[in-house]
Design a protein around this ligand. Structure first.
Ligand SMILES: Nc1ncnc2c1ncn2[C@@H]1O[C@H](COP(=O)(O)OP(=O)(O)OP(=O)(O)O)[C@@H](O)[C@H]1O
Ligand SMILES: [Mg+2]
Length: 961
């Protein structure tokens, strides 16, 4: 803490640190020292005996943040203990050092896990329960879903219920997406009550009557003998509807559904401005009819949705039943997901007063950092522990402008309501002095932030702006002087990748210049981006430029999990006598054998080599070994690429990947691997062992490029990180990258419902496909969209406030068309920023002393190192070729087609040498989608059990060869 001039908000800070008898909250902007206050409060509390280390629970957002907080508390106590001479304070600090490992400084999930293990019996859980890691969560959920589908189909009413849904064209994949949402949001129940079947006949009668009515109106107003196109169109439509009227109701509503487009139904024949006034006795008739016609089409869309709603609600209640079943199943098996940890803890605290009392006695101090990103369940847990007399004293800090984790259920509304309660009791402190950034940078941030956060812009869900105040000179960060904000004009107008590449080059030269001319250590620089999708490109350019970097969780191709797992399986197939390889293969997600099963198998005396006889052992393991052995047999009869395809198909691996967050990319990677195998086969005739050796040696090369051991955090490297990951951290220089990357938000199959004013959502809404949505879906989706957009602005605030001295931002002067929700799109909400961007493009002088255009400093002092970033043109063409190949692969691995490996194969002709298939037209795409769906349905319902046969038949039915 500073000891210089008193701060304007010094009294508030003092209270936050020293008042231990009362629950307090502190709300403040970025870099104002919230986390520092929390550490100081812990220190003072321990030193003054307000609580002891084992009585402390301090919750942070990520594991990395928890590690850091633990370290900060440890070193702070150590320093204070050294400085205090003796007496009771010194004694307490010594004890705190000893007891510190018992303090619970961790994430909320880790805290809940401990509570549940401690009180497993009371919570009705298996005391040895396991927690499924985040990525595996979905995979496991998917397994449960499939298990449930099978079980549900065996029930007397299960088959009709599910076939009704599927028969109406609802894809199992959509149902699964809703199911996943339901599992991930255990506190939301489906909105609305399932009602009886919607009346399709009534809808049709209404439609036919209205069309006839329009026709009558037009005909009676027509001039004698006139030939009018509007009248002709209505006649044709009327006839068509009469013809359709003889079809079954299902077929008619399908006809309507196919014409549903947004909020309207596009009926045939009657289009545009047809109908001429001169054909009518009253010239105004056609215009009036057309206006009525528009309203009629909208009403038709509304009615269609209404008719389908009961089916959607029934689907939602099926899914709710699945969720109950899955919860039971997980409890039986002793497996909890991350969100289950919160859900079960809250339930335990609500239902078991004894446990609650014990915990409230045990914990004296409960603190939460980054509370703005709180999950509604977390708020409940914290409040039920701390509310009323006799429980722990609560201390929460947060900044609503930094709430950026909606996708992980963060709900800034919950936080704001809790803070309002603190405020009403007079227990909220607000501070404004920022210790992180130079005053010049703060001026830039305040200017832009104020304009972006302008309340008029945000109808819903935005935090209030508050200027960040510069701190007194003696507490300012050292490091870089010079421009605080550098705009880097980019004149690349090509593809998104080409632009990103240009940005990466601009960023690389900023980093190099800061290092060369201003002696900034690499570790004091970071490059931040919204999504890591173009991080590879950045890495390539930084490699070329000789900038050392560290990317959290960077992975090269052969080291990606999906590739590594497939290679493991291939290794085992290539050598079926090797037990070790077989074990690795079985533990991969392709075969998904649990360690427990392996253990049982070995204990029962089973052998582990696929080529050996299998009599004893665990049935799961035996099945997996049988598969490996069968693949090994087949390896002798077919080419390696064909075998890889078979393995992918039979293991259902692609289907499974599809359910994971970046499953599409993973599938794309597998398609790429398959293509590599084809090339090796064609060009060199590599057999399976040869291919496996080749893959292994590639992996070796990658490992040589990047050391296996985790790099020490203090190594001198630039940090590459997502903005989300950068929360709470700081560097001297921060550059933003891929700033024009847009969002690809598609309409989700499920979303949180609209809550009652002043409370969190309690329901979820469902949209299974076009024309099938729960009644509240449209409104809820709109609301979620707005909230997401407001969050984008906060993400930009987080990015800008990570820097102590300088922020560098690529920009595109003169380019108007940009995704409004990209980082740059948000920055452009600020008129000041727009002006600067234009000035940068026009080559003007920067209007502010702390602003620079291009990489600062402009004139390098002393001998400058030549920045050899390679020939951009050559780089671009290489990149473009690669990008084309990638897109082709992705196209072939199209979501709905993902599960047919034969489609991955189609067109790339291992032996036929056919040219790659061109882009599918959408009708073809739909046919493929339907075929896949149909094949899946046959498989799930057990009508067929050979996937290949199912796909073949379904394809034939859809007229696909
Ligand atoms: N009282 C203080 N005197 C001097 N420096 C301080 C003080 N408080 C915090 N700092 C420094 O200011 C920087 C920001 O502090 P800290 O990370 O605690 O802020 P924060 O409010 O938690 O930021 P964020 O909103 O990003 O989480 C750190 O470098 C910290 O060392
Ligand atoms: Mg902080």
């Amino acid at each position: 803490m500073t000891r210089g001039a008193p701060l304007a908000d010094g009294a508030v800070r003092d209270r936050m640190v020293r008042e231990h008898g009362r629950s307090l909250a502190c709300e403040a902007g970025a870099g104002t020292g919230k986390t520092t206050l929390l550490v100081e409060r812990i220190l003072r509390g321990l030193a003054e005996g307000a609580f002891r280390a084992p009585e402390l629970v301090a919750i942070t957002f990520t594991r990395k943040a928890a590690r850091e907080l633990r370290e900060r508390v440890r070193s702070r106590i150590a320093r204070e203990a050294r400085e205090s001479a003796g007496g009771p304070v010194a004694e307490r600090l010594r004890r705190a050092r000893r007891e510190l490992p018992l303090a619970r400084i961790c994430t909320i999930h880790a805290f809940c896990r401990r509570v549940l293990s401690q009180y497993a019996f009371e919570a009705g859980l298996d005391p040895g329960f396991q927690v499924v890691e985040e990525g595996l969560d979905r995979m496991y959920a998917r397994e449960l879903w499939q298990e449930w589908l099978a079980a549900r189909l065996a029930e007397p009413d299960g088959l009709p219920a599910l076939t009704e849904l599927v028969g109406r064209g609802i894809a199992l994949a959509d149902l699964w997406e809703v199911a996943r949402f339901a599992l991930e949001n255990p506190d939301l129940r489906p909105a609305g009550e399932p009602a009886g079947s919607g009346d399709e006949d009534a809808l049709w009668t209404w439609l036919a009557e209205r069309v006839r009515g329009f026709r009558g109106q037009v005909e009676s107003a027509l001039q004698e003998g006139a030939q009018d196109r509007l009248a002709g169109a209505l006649r044709a439509l009327d006839t068509e509807i009469e013809r359709l009227g003889r079809l079954p109701a299902r077929a008619r509503s399908r006809w309507l559904l196919d014409r549903l487009d947004g909020g309207t139904v596009k009926l045939p024949f009657v289009t545009g401005n047809i109908g001429s006034g001169s054909n009518y006795r009253d010239r105004g008739v056609p215009a009036r009819i057309r206006a009525d016609w528009r309203r009629f089409r909208e009403e038709a869309a509304e009615r269609l949705l209404e008719v389908n709603a009961p089916l959607v609600l029934r689907a939602a209640s099926e899914i709710d039943a699945f969720r109950r079943w899955a919860r039971e199943r997980r409890r039986d098996r002793g497996l909890l997901s991350q969100v289950d940890l919160l859900y079960e803890t809250r339930k335990l605290l609500r239902n078991d007063a004894g446990v609650r009392r014990r915990l409230r006695r045990e914990i004296r101090a409960l603190m939460v950092d980054e509370h703005q990103d709180t999950d509604p369940l977390q708020v409940d847990i914290v409040e039920s522990l701390a509310e009323g007399e006799g429980g722990p004293v609560l201390f929460v800090v947060g900044d609503p402008k930094q709430s950026i984790y909606r996708f992980r259920r963060a709900d800034v509304g919950c936080y704001q309501r809790q803070i309002a309660r603190f405020e009403s009791r007079g227990d909220l402190g607000r501070i404004g002095t920022n210790f992180r950034s130079r005053p010049e940078l703060l001026e830039a941030i305040n200017r832009v932030g104020r304009e972006i956060f302008d309340p008029g812009r945000w109808p819903r869900g935005q935090a209030d702006w508050q200027d960040l105040e510069p701190c007194p000179p003696d507490a300012r960060p050292g490091g870089l002087a010079g421009p605080a904000l550098a705009l880097l004009p980019i004149d690349e107008t090509g593809s998104a990748d080409a632009r990103a590449e240009a940005e990466a080059r601009a960023v690389a030269s900023v980093l190099l210049a800061a290092r060369e001319h201003e002696k900034v250590p690499w570790r004091e620089m970071a490059v931040l981006f919204r999504t890591a999708s173009r991080a590879r490109l950045l890495e390539d350019i930084l490699d070329e430029a000789g900038v050392p970097y560290r990317q959290e969780r960077s992975q090269h191709f052969y080291r990606r999990l999906e590739i590594a797992e497939l290679v493991q399986v291939l290794e085992s197939v290539a050598d079926p006598w090797d037990a070790t390889r077989a074990v690795a293969a079985m533990r991969s997600r392709l075969l998904a054998v649990t360690d427990e099963a392996l253990f049982r198998h070995v204990r029962a005396g089973g052998s582990l080599a696929p080529a050996e006889r299998r009599d004893a052992g665990d049935p799961d393991v035996k099945r997996a070994l049988e598969r490996l052995a069968a693949w090994a047999r087949r390896a002798r009869e077919m080419s390696p690429p064909r075998l890889v395809e078979e393995i992918l198909r039979e293991s259902g691996y692609l289907l499974l990947l599809e359910t994971l967050r970046d499953g599409r990319r993973a599938a794309g990677n597998l398609a790429k691997l398959l293509d590599i195998a084809r090339v090796h086969w064609r060009e060199k005739g590599l057999d399976l062992p040869g291919l496996v050796r080749e893959f292994r040696s590639r992996l070796g090369e990658e490992q040589a490029r990047e050391p296996e051991a985790p790099e020490a955090e203090d190594e001198d490297r630039v940090t590459l990180l997502t903005i989300h990951g950068a929360k709470g951290l700081e560097w001297d220089l921060v550059a933003l990258y891929d700033v024009a990357a847009g969002s690809s938000r598609r309409t989700p199959a499920a979303c949180a419902g609209v809550p009652a004013e002043g409370s969190p959502p309690e329901t979820f809404e469902v949209r299974l496909q076009k024309g099938f949505a729960s009644p509240g879906f449209a409104e809820a989706d709109e609301r979620n969209r707005e909230l997401d957009r407001a969050e984008r602005a906060r993400l930009v605030y987080v990015a800008l406030t990570r820097a102590r001295c300088r922020v560098a931002i690529p920009c595109y002067p003169g380019t108007e068309k940009l995704d409004a929700e990209s980082v740059l799109g948000i920055l452009r909400l600020s008129p000041s920023f727009r002006r600067w961007e234009e000035a940068a493009g026009a080559g003007e002088q920067p209007p502010e002393p702390w602003l620079a255009f291009g990489s600062p400093p402009a004139a390098p002092p002393g001998p400058a190192r030549r920045l050899d970033l390679g020939d951009p043109a050559e780089g671009r063409s290489r990149r473009a070729a690669w990008e084309r190949a990638r897109r082709e692969l992705l196209e072939r691995a199209d979501r709905r087609v993902l599960c047919i490996p034969s489609d991955l194969h189609a067109g790339s002709g291992e032996d036929s040498g056919k040219a790659a298939a061109g882009p599918r037209d959408s009708a073809q795409g739909r046919r493929i989608g339907r075929a896949v769906h149909e094949a899946l349905r046959w498989l799930v319902t057990g009508l067929l059990d050979d996937p290949r046969e199912a796909v073949r038949r379904a394809a034939a039915r859809e007229g696909l060869d």
